[in-house]
Design a protein around this ligand. Structure first.
Ligand code: ZN
Length: 376
């Protein structure tokens, strides 16, 4: 069997740069474009409208001309093209006004995104398969939240070590109450975990962590020493907890001091269901762009590509998804792409600076709960 271009790209490594890396990325984008163009009538229409076919995809720079799907369209319309029997996993995220995105993963796409996430975490020093850890997950118990993007990625986060035990901080309390986050129960559990002789990994929304720390302080703890090899894998932004928001440098300082661990063990991440690639902090706290995607900032007025260091609307490209037309997604996130991180990994890093149309944004944390209740 001929090896697919996407698998060659995955095997090449998560953070390698240079002409070979670009060549593999271009080949994989071509392969994915042809597949999606042939299978998704909606995406084909978009391309026809833009007068773009695979023949326009020759040099590396051409990938930035691949017609995009606007992320808000993915929230408004269902672009499903896979036959039911091929759908292995449906991921849901919700947003403004209860609009939700569903993406459908076939078996190979699911295998590949798990492999991609694995390689990124491995090269970022997060994988420790011989170490046993406890887990505190600020996420929905997956027994009740199987399809939700955040639950999926938090659950995936527990693959990187051996597991002693897991605690889900957002628990299903029955039809009446729905999902409930209890800071009291979580703080109690955290104290218990801190007394054990294995590292703890905490995964989930940073706001939940801050609320738990506030609860610990209320209980009289000015500090809670964790095992030094513990790690914090936060993600998902501040959502509806905007009032709790702490800027990244202060967050890293405050949290690492409170738990007595090195700031290099605090790893925030950025990602969204419509794209799927995880952007993970290195030891220095910078989100690196892996070789499995390309990101550019575009000028909002004319969508021209901005230089490194200039803030614009972020446009994401990736070739792994064979179940949904998400190879080129224009997001509503503002950010900056810049180069040269002091950790020594080559390539660019991503800094998220905000979201367009912020005032109407209600966030997914609470909306997600509503969605789940609707679907229950
Ligand atoms: Zn770095």
């Amino acid at each position: 069997m001929v090896k697919m271009a996407i698998d060659e790209l995955i095997d090449y490594g998560a953070f390698r740069t240079g002409s070979k890396a670009d060549e593999l990325f271009l080949n994989a984008m071509k392969e994915n474009f042809e597949f999606v163009y042939d299978h998704s009538p909606h995406y084909r229409k978009i391309c026809e409208h833009a007068n773009f076919t695979a023949r326009n995809l020759n040099s590396f720079e051409d990938i930035y001309r691949i017609p995009y799907v606007f992320v808000s369209c993915l929230k408004m319309y269902d672009f499903k093209f896979l036959p039911e029997e091929k759908i292995k996993l449906t991921l849901t995220s919700s947003g403004t006004g209860g609009m939700k995105t569903k993406t459908y993963l076939d078996a190979e796409t699911l295998r590949r995104i798990l492999e991609i996430a694995w390689k990124i975490h491995e090269e970022m020093g997060v994988v420790a398969t011989d170490v046993e850890c406890n887990y505190l997950l600020f996420s929905y118990d997956p027994h009740y939240a199987r399809d939700l993007g955040t639950a999926f990625s938090d659950e995936s986060n527990t693959r990187f070590t051996k597991i002693r035990s897991k605690f889900y901080a957002i628990q299903w309390k029955g039809e009446e109450k729905g999902f409930v986050f209890s800071p009291e129960e979580t703080a109690k559990k955290l104290v218990e975990f801190a007394s054990e002789d294995v590292p703890l990994r905490i995964c989930g929304f940073p706001a939940h962590l801050i609320i738990t720390i506030e609860e610990l302080r209320r209980l009289g703890y000015s500090k809670l020493q964790l095992h030094p090899d513990s790690m914090l894998l936060t993600g998902g932004g501040w959502k509806t907890f905007e009032d709790k928001k702490i800027e990244k440098p202060e967050f890293r300082k405050f949290v690492s001091e409170f738990f007595g661990i090195s700031p290099s063990r605090l790893r925030d991440s950025f990602g969204f269901v419509e794209h799927g690639i995880p952007y993970l902090d290195c030891e220095e706290g910078n989100l690196h762009i892996p070789n499995y995607s390309r990101v550019v900032a575009r000028k909002p007025s004319d969508l021209s590509i901005l230089d490194h260091g200039e803030q614009g609307l972020l446009h994401f490209y990736t070739p792994y998804h064979f179940g949904y037309p998400v190879l080129s997604v224009l997001s509503t996130d503002y950010g900056v792409v810049e180069g040269n991180c002091s950790c020594g990994r080559p390539g660019s890093v991503l800094r998220i600076t905000g979201r367009a149309g912020r005032t109407k944004w209600k966030g997914c944390a609470f909306k997600a709960m509503e969605t789940l209740k609707e679907g229950a």
